[in-house]
Design a protein around this ligand. Structure first.
Ligand code: AHR
Length: 514
């Protein structure tokens, strides 16, 4: 017989268990479809910065590294695997110093330039318009070209658009033909300046808005059935006044307005924090800082709603990701950093936020694809490694173009010292074939959580999935150990009586298919 004492202890345990079970309740609202998750939320950004373009993407046709017309074969294969929807180029800050005519014609005749922003290196212009657009065709991505407003001219921008897109017999279209490309490309996305409040010209929003309108007038549609999507330079993080002025003065002239937001562990640009050497304090602060994206989108979107209630102008988050101190011993101007399980969690949390705001967010481009900031691929001479962030892009590609589904979640807290953030984040979608995908993140590095999921409007017959996790918060892939962090089959999800139960391990990202 149970003693009164053990009965009380048992009751406490039962209560504690029931409370913790009750805390992680999720209802997947398959009966409440939301907006379509634009594929472009899974976009990329590749700048002439450090070893992103040169060495990363472009090794040159004469390289001993296996390549196709100069593009590293393993990079081509890895990016094709991600279904990269859109790729932004040539910058970044570089875009406002780039003169496109230096990057066409026979490579050996192209003039060199000084890359003043990024390491002061000499840029030989071997990767130019044709190389970029050819690369996009090879990986199946839509190109997004950022025009030079800061140090360029209206004529230069206008001619570049004509060179790329005009089918006519006109000076720029004929110049393109002379360089071997008969048909125009169907490039849709054009950015008009980059960070015009900073490296792109240090402009006030009023001055930029006027310039935007002027440049935009000459960014023309040259093909009858092909309308360009013009993206105005947007705010630096929390500069809401920039959004207000741009929307007030130029909303009718734009299709997209950008937003840049980087996640720094410390929030201090002088000492950002290491990519791999960090404690739980920096794990926590990194995740807390990245979740500010929610507030930023909400507040910028509210301003956009005032001027554009029909949501015709998309918010284009064309630079986002983690920014750490560079890897010791590397060129500080090259922004080379490692990538750990923490970056994977950052990526997954941001994707969930983008999905949640899919009615306004039209595109997002991680900074940057290879060897720079939160890269999906790292290279060292002939070697290549896929980062944990790559694996999240690959696992989450099932959400691309799918219809978002409602997710009602009461998350327990992940508490660190005196602060807290939600331990569990979730997002769901239904793809064109009717398959439902549920992605889950556990931000808590120490505690597993059991998620009990009610499936509203969904009679699921089976569940399977994959998990990305590791023993250590800073686990990462190296050239010596390239598979330290990679997705594995997930066996912690079960279906019974129409309910889904998921045993979500600490510090993990899971994607389930129902
Ligand atoms: O992505 C690196 C740099 O960050 C970009 O060139 C610039 O736009 C931003 O400040």
């Amino acid at each position: 017989m149970m003693s009164p004492r053990s009965f009380v202890a048992g009751a406490f345990v039962a209560l504690a268990l029931s409370l913790s079970a009750a805390e992680v309740q999720l209802t997947l609202r398959a009966d409440a479809p939301g907006p379509v998750i634009n594929r472009n939320l899974y976009g990329h950004f590749a700048e002439h910065l450090g070893r992103c373009i040169y060495e990363g993407i472009w090794v040159g046709p004469d390289s001993p590294i296996p390549n196709t017309r100069g593009y590293r074969n393993r990079v081509l294969a890895a990016l094709k695997q991600l279904n990269v929807p859109v790729l932004r180029w040539p910058g970044g800050c570089f875009a406002d110093e780039y003169h496109w005519k230096d990057g066409i014609g026979p490579r050996e005749k192209r003039p060199s330039m000084y890359n003043s922003h990024w390491g002061g290196v000499v840029e030989n212009n071997h990767f130019g318009t044709h190389e970029f657009l050819d690369f996009c065709e090879l990986i199946g991505a839509e190109p997004y070209v950022c025009l030079n407003v800061g140090s360029g001219t209206v004529q230069e921008a206008m001619e570049w658009v004509e060179y790329i897109t005009s089918p006519a017999s006109s000076p720029m279209a004929n110049l393109r033909r002379a360089h071997g490309r008969e048909q125009p490309w169907r490039v849709k996305y054009f950015g008009i300046g980059n960070e015009s409040w900073g490296c792109g010209g240090n402009m006030t929003p009023e001055f930029y808005a006027d310039n935007y309108r002027r440049y935009n007038t000459f960014v023309k549609n040259y093909q009858k059935d092909h309308r360009l999507f013009r993206i105005a330079c947007g705010s630096n993080g929390q500069d809401y006044n920039w959004t207000e002025v741009l929307m007030q003065k130029a909303a009718k002239q734009m299709n997209g307005l950008s937003l840049h937001w980087y996640t720094l562990p410390t929030g201090n640009w002088k000492k950002k924090g290491s990519a791999t050497e960090f404690t739980e304090a920096e794990w926590f602060s990194t995740l807390r800082n990245t979740l500010k994206m929610d507030e930023l989108i909400t507040k910028h979107a509210a301003i956009m709603d005032k001027y554009d209630p029909d949501k015709k102008v998309g918010l284009v988050i064309d630079e986002w990701g983690t920014w750490y101190d560079v890897e010791p011993g590397t060129n500080p101007g090259f922004l080379y950093q490692q990538n750990t399980l923490r970056d994977a969690v950052v990526a997954a949390l941001n994707f969930h936020l983008f999905h949640r705001h899919a009615d306004r967010v039209a595109m997002a481009n991680i900074a940057q694809t290879i060897n720079v900031l939160q890269a999906v691929i790292l290279t060292d001479k002939e070697k290549m490694v896929l980062t944990p962030t790559y694996h999240v892009f690959e696992m989450f590609k099932v959400h691309q173009g799918a219809t978002s589904l409602g997710v009602d979640l009461t998350s327990p807290d992940y508490v660190f010292e005196k602060e807290k953030l939600p331990a569990v984040s979730a997002s769901a979608s239904r793809d064109a074939a009717g398959k439902v995908h549920l992605s889950l993140v556990n931000t808590d590095p120490k505690n597993a959580h059991t998620v009990t999921c009610t499936l509203a409007g969904l009679a699921a017959k089976s569940v399977n999935g994959r998990i990305l996790t590791a023993a250590a918060m800073n686990a990462h892939n190296t050239f010596a150990a390239p598979a330290a962090v990679q997705p594995a089959a997930f066996t912690g999800a079960t279906l019974a009586d129409g309910k889904l139960t998921v045993a979500l391990p600490a510090k993990s990202v899971v994607v389930l298919e129902l």
